[in-house]
Design a protein around this ligand. Structure first.
Ligand code: CMC
Length: 391
């Protein structure tokens, strides 16, 4: 009963209480469990941040080591998963593959979690954090025609992700600290962002008490779209198109402002940030540093900077408070790492995984009711059925 109010896109509707991530869109503030994103990106590593998001506190040295060891022990997947990967056509989009593979984990592992058991909860968390990077690396390697193999349990989580992805068929691999640090930072910056589209999807799917893997798989699908995580791929494709088209940024600015043209400036605008996206600030600096450290000159970086400058001075963007978001510069770094454009959103998923897990866990521990919004019906009133040959 009661009056139903409609809020399309939930622009003004809170869906839950949460103690995980604080976001102030007017001031450009983002904190995980009270710690500023700037400080975490500078001082923490990704696994510490994952632990913080999921369990609420930074780990002690012992907790951190145990967490890492437990994750390493889970960094294997059933051999039959290889057959599933083999069945995908080479042109399959990696986001479709990774969402399917995450769902497929339910077939080879316990698919439900006893949320009243701390141990069972912990085990499912480390299981997913261990197996997901393997699935990511295998998705990438299959596409690249590389043999599917495992990583190296003697090195760090993020280092190992890169090694699993790029190790040559003869086992050769040269570790590059600049890339490891850059990826660590990118993953931290993507690790949580409160009730965005994919996270809300994870929570609402999980609210039916389906298991963790299935809930995360739903979130991965939501992340794929170009208005959400898929924007990082769309940004790079846009920058490439501008470059191929002669580098005329003004032309694309005009397209973005033209309401009869569906084109939007990808990597710009945000539902909540109306001043700046603190993640974008850090990533812009990192992009500069990484390219310089690697000695890479990417003309795309200059196109991106040119577009940003024009947009920040343009009344259309100023009036609508549109700023570069997390996806605007991240692809430039991924590209410098040798990651193909259609894998960018998968890298986002890798970073967002701890956030999704933390939000799912919080939702279950708080015993939230099933997500079931209402509607206002605007269809036909009652009518009589017409048999098919009388229509
Ligand atoms: N280029 C041109 N115009 C834009 C853009 C853009 N990127 N973003 C918003 N606008 C305009 C929009 O046309 C509207 O204008 P008007 O008021 O005249 O109708 C106004 O700004 C408000 O936009 P909105 O679509 O009502 O805002 P929203 O909160 O529903 O959408 C958004 C937010 C992020 C989906 C949108 O800004 C967008 O489509 N951006 C491009 C895609 C993108 O970069 N997404 C990544 C988001 S951040 C990370 C993530 O979620 O993964």
């Amino acid at each position: 009963g009661g009056v139903i109010t409609i809020d399309p896109g939930y622009k003004n509707t809170g869906s839950c209480e949460s103690a995980i991530t604080f976001l102030n869109g007017e001031k450009g503030v983002l904190r995980y469990r009270g710690y500023s994103i700037e400080e975490l990106a500078e001082k923490a590593d990704f696994l510490e941040v994952a632990y913080l998001l999921i369990f609420g506190e930074l780990p002690t040295k012992e907790q951190n080591e145990k967490f890492h060891d437990d994750i390493k022990a889970e960094a294997v997947v059933d051999e039959d998963v290889k057959k599933i990967i083999d069945a995908f056509p080479k042109a399959a989009h990696p986001m479709g593959v990774i969402s399917s593979l995450t769902s497929a984990l339910t077939a080879f592992n316990p698919s439900t979690v006893d949320v009243d058991s701390e141990e069972d909860m912990y085990n499912s968390v480390v299981r997913l954090l261990g197996k997901f990077p393997v699935l990511v690396a295998w998705t990438f390697r299959k596409k690249s025609g590389l043999p599917l193999n495992y990583g190296d349990n003697t090195i760090g989580y993020v280092e190992n992700i890169l090694k699993m992805m790029f190790k040559k068929p003869n086992g050769e691999y040269e570790q590059n600290k600049i890339l490891v640090d850059a990826l660590d930072k990118l993953l931290i910056l993507h690790a949580d962002h409160e009730q965005n589209c994919s996270t809300s999807t994870v929570r609402i799917a999980g609210s039916s008490h389906v298991g963790l893997f299935a809930s995360i798989s739903a979130g991965i699908s939501a992340l794929w779209g170009p208005l959400h995580g898929g924007a990082n791929q769309a940004v790079l494709e846009m920058l490439e198109a501008i470059k191929t088209d002669g580098g005329d940024t003004k032309k694309y600015m005009a397209k973005a402002k033209d309401k009869s043209d569906p084109f939007r400036l990808m990597g710009f605008g945000h539902r909540v940030y109306k001043n700046f996206d603190p993640r974008a600030k850090i990533i812009k600096v990192a992009a500069d540093e990484v390219l310089e450290d690697l000695g890479v000159k990417d003309p795309i970086l200059n196109i991106a900077k040119g577009l940003e400058k024009e947009a920040l001075e343009d009344p259309y963007f100023v009036d609508r408070k549109l700023y570069p978001n997390v996806d605007f510069y991240s692809g430039i770094i991924y590209r410098a790492m040798g990651i193909p454009t259609d894998m960018f959103t998968v890298m986002f998923a890798l970073g967002r995984l701890p956030g999704w897990i933390a939000q799912w866990r919080e939702m279950r521990l708080r015993k939230e009711p099933i997500g079931r919004p209402r509607q206002i019906y605007i269809g036909a009133t009652e009518r009589k059925f017409v048999p098919i040959d009388e229509r």
